[in-house]
Write a protein that binds this ligand. Structure first.
Ligand code: NDP
Length: 330
């Protein structure tokens, strides 16, 4: 038996509770792991609160990511003792996830942790940070370079935003950090932001084209903010869009695309093929200033996960929420 968050949905009653789960109840898979750390991501908050239909089968152990040590494996690539990380693949949505002492998953979903990243650091980064890395890769694949000027990051004080700011600064970019929390300005500057942009500058009336301000942006907010960002991207610029913290709609026009040649690059972290994941984790190991991780992280024990989840939906979380499950494994 091991401790686990369990979500149930019976007779129209949606509940999440901390309980004990039997290893025999774990879903099928060819690798059994002891979870060292998991985290809370925005999607986990939606799953735990039931505010969006993230969970697709019940009962469900939430947790879209974990770092872990392989306990048992019939997969050719993994042997007991391997340090691994998992992000996405529907884990925590349709396959039991990381907010539990143990997990059984498909080995094809696992990535071996680079030597330079510890089990703890892997989950301070978590799915939010790995997605930030995918966003930076998307910008660079579209030709963005540090000498082009400040790159905009929206929702900067959140999880994806904090890692994106740190990553970009570490790679030599100047970073404009957009936030609705001006009190987090010093925090964002400590991560490497060069300019703080008030969220209200991106929340007003949407013009088809606005003054050209940034050559590129990473957007986690969607909706009005993304529409305003697109209008203010410089000629031939790029926006990597990965989130919907402000809404799923996009009240924009084609003007930025057809009159300024702007590229909107969608970023999904869930179904990314393994080779690209390995590339992202290798780049995180190489480019992320891990000394910055402590300041962007708060630790929440498993028994406080359920009460913490709603804070994501009110935009109260700063940086990343780390959930130590068995830190002694590290
Ligand atoms: P967080 O809650 O940590 O951060 C989101 C940030 O967005 C907040 O901190 C806040 O930043 C800003 N924000 C929140 N609400 C609003 C609003 N109504 N209007 C404008 N800004 C707002 O979440 P994460 O960083 O973990 O995730 C961010 C988004 O990215 C989520 O939508 C998540 O689902 C998505 N995501 C997508 C992935 C993918 O595979 N595509 C993977 C991971 C995340 P501030 O206070 O600085 O303004």
């Amino acid at each position: 038996m091991f401790a686990s968050i369990l979500i149930e949905n019976e007779n129209d009653s949606y509940t999440a509770r901390l309980t004990e789960v039997d290893e025999a109840d774990l879903p099928e898979g060819d690798v059994l792991v002891d979870v060292a750390y998991s985290t809370l991501n925005y999607k986990d908050a939606l799953a735990i609160t039931g505010k969006a239909p993230v969970v697709r089968s019940f009962p469900m152990v939430p947790g879209v990511d974990f770092s872990a040590i392989v306990r048992d494996s019939s997969h050719p690539d993994f042997t007991p003792g391997d340090k691994v990380v998992l992000n996405g693949w529907g884990v925590g949505e349709k396959h039991w996830g990381g907010l539990a002492g143990r997990a059984r998953v498909r080995g094809d979903w696992l990535v071996k942790l680079p030597e330079a990243i510890s089990l703890k650091q892997a989950m301070v980064i978590g799915t939010a940070g790995y997605t930030a890395m995918l966003c930076v890769m998307a910008l660079e694949q579209n030709g963005v370079r540090p000498d082009q000027g400040e790159i905009l990051v929206t929702g900067a004080a959140g999880g994806v935003g904090s890692v994106a700011v740190t990553l970009l600064a570490g790679k030599g970019y100047q970073v404009a950090a957009a936030t609705g929390r001006p009190e987090e300005g010093d925090y964002l500057k400590s991560l490497g932001a060069t300019t703080i942009v008030g969220r209200e500058e991106l929340s007003g009336k949407i013009r088809p084209l606005a003054k050209e301000r940034w050559p590129a942006a990473i957007d986690v907010v969607g909706s009005t903010v993304l529409a305003n960002v697109l209008s203010a991207i410089k000629y031939d610029g790029v926006v990597a869009a990965c989130g919907l913290a402000g809404g799923m709609d996009l009240p924009s026009s084609v003007a930025p695309f057809i009159l300024r040649g702007v590229t909107l690059s969608g970023v999904d972290s869930v179904m990314v093929p393994r080779a690209k994941r390995e590339m992202a984790w290798a780049q995180l190991a190489e480019n992320l200033d891990t000394a910055k991780l402590d300041q962007m992280m708060v630790e929440v024990p498993l028994d406080r996960v359920i009460e913490t989840a709603p804070k994501f939906l009110t935009g109260e979380v700063r940086g990343r929420v780390l959930v130590p499950i068995a830190p002694d494994l590290a």
